[in-house]
Write a protein that binds this ligand. Structure first.
Ligand code: NAD
Ligand code: TYD
Length: 352
């Protein structure tokens, strides 16, 4: 194939992956973007309708857990870079079914590492294996302090433990086999196309349908929110300019207590739906806390700012407002993903 780079993006039909695929396909016509996704409940090709006919875009419905299929794809496309996002990504699901997280996040990642190592053995310097990870590997902060790239790992949920394991394996392949790896650990993302099991789209969906807004525990837990389009800009930066063997933290400098965030969403929704102020807060419902619920995540992203010149720019209110507008303008997307399997999961998760 006559492309400058042949990049395998795993999990490209998911929330962050689809934004990344769109960015790279449009920005780099000389790169072949090969989206490898087995389309779990979280994968949705509707996310990529606008770019699916581009000449530099390819889709393969395959699981990263299948070593032979992945090896065949490396051969078919002569893959020379991987940006690895495919994962089981929801903490609450990991509490119900940890094994699925180990299979995809740990074993699936190891398959890709082994294949990249084997396939790139003689051309190692032109290649890059970029692993997308989360700040949740660092565990839970109290009221003060920030996660830096040197904060010791202390994962506390099956999800974060599986991501931590995959990060360790990526680093092990760098040190042991000199595989050209790079890792980034990002804070909570929000934005269009996020599956409505995560807090922000769940709240938007439930206000729209006049359903309870479940707040775990007392709602005092803190998350640092970053707009997904800013995250994928950071990924593009790290992919091109990040140093091999390094890790970069990515964050929004934007900490919110869950309860305050939900109230802000209620206010914005009331404004946009033409409701009287305070209408949506009636749906706020405090429910049993998540088991092992991490209190606070907060990222120090000075390394990526100082070394690679990336920092978040979009104000949270603006990002949240455009996110809500997207959900209001895309009712069919929302309806399609909130049927079937999702409904069963939802009933299991919130039946208490
Ligand atoms: P997502 O759940 O929306 O998407 C995951 C995608 O991976 C889906 O398209 C799914 O079909 C695919 N997938 C799952 N198992 C697969 C398998 N075995 N083979 C091939 N494809 C498979 O997740 P997301 O929120 O877009 O997160 C993407 C990545 O970013 C994950 O690795 C996650 O850990 C990381 N991350 C997410 C956040 C966040 O706030 N969402 C923050 C930091 C890091
Ligand atoms: P979530 O979106 O699941 O992301 P993560 O657990 O990866 O941070 O949850 C964000 C925060 O919101 C987290 O503290 C748990 C809380 N939460 C609720 O209070 N209610 C909910 O229904 C959900 C899904 C999350």
């Amino acid at each position: 194939m006559d492309f400058q780079k042949k990049i395998m993006i795993t999990g490209g039909a998911g929330f962050i992956g689809s934004h990344l695929v769109r960015l790279l396909v449009n920005r780099y016509p000389s790169y072949a973007i090969i989206n490898v996704d087995c389309l779990t409940y979280a994968g949705n090709l509707e996310n990529l309708k606008d770019i699916e006919s581009k000449e530099n875009y390819f889709f393969e419905k395959k699981s990263i857990c299948d070593y032979n299929e992945m090896e065949a794809l490396f051969e078919k496309y002569q893959i020379n870079s991987v940006i690895h996002l495919a994962a089981e990504s929801h903490v609450d699901r990991s509490i119900h079914d940890p094994l699925a997280f180990i299979q995809t996040n740990v074993l699936g990642t190891t398959n890709l590492l082994l294949i990249a190592k084997k396939y790139w053995e003689n051309s190692i310097h032109e290649n890059r294996f970029y692993h997308i990870s989360t700040d949740e590997v660092f565990g839970s902060l109290n009221e003060t302090g920030y996660f830096t790239e040197t904060t010791p790992y202390s994962p506390r949920s099956p999800y974060s433990a599986s991501k931590a394991s995959s990060d360790h394996l990526v680093n092990a392949f760098y040190h042991t086999y000199q595989l050209p790896t790079v890792i980034s650990n990002c804070s909570n993302n929000y934005g269009p196309n996020q599956f409505p099991e995560k807090l922000i789209p769940l709240a938007i969906h439930n206000i729209l349908h006049q359903k309870p807004l479940p707040v775990y525990g007392s709602g005092e837990n803190v998350r640092d929110w970053l707009l997904v389009t800013e995250h994928v800009e950071a990924i593009d930066t790290i992919f091109h300019k990040g140093k091999i063997g390094e890790t970069y933290n990515i964050g929004g400098n934007n900490e919110w207590k869950n309860i305050d965030l939900i109230k802000l969403i209620c206010d914005l929704m009331d404004e946009k739906l033409g409701n009287k102020k305070g209408t949506s807060t009636q749906y706020i419902t405090f429910v049993k806390d998540r088991s092992g619920h991490d209190l606070r995540y907060a990222i120090d992203c000075s390394k990526i700012k100082n070394e690679l010149d990336w920092e978040p720019k979009i104000q949270f209110r603006e990002g949240l407002s455009l996110t809500i507008d997207w959900y209001l303008n895309n009712p069919t997307w929302l309806k399609n993903v909130t049927s079937g399997e999702y409904l069963q999961y939802y009933q299991k998760q919130y039946a208490q």
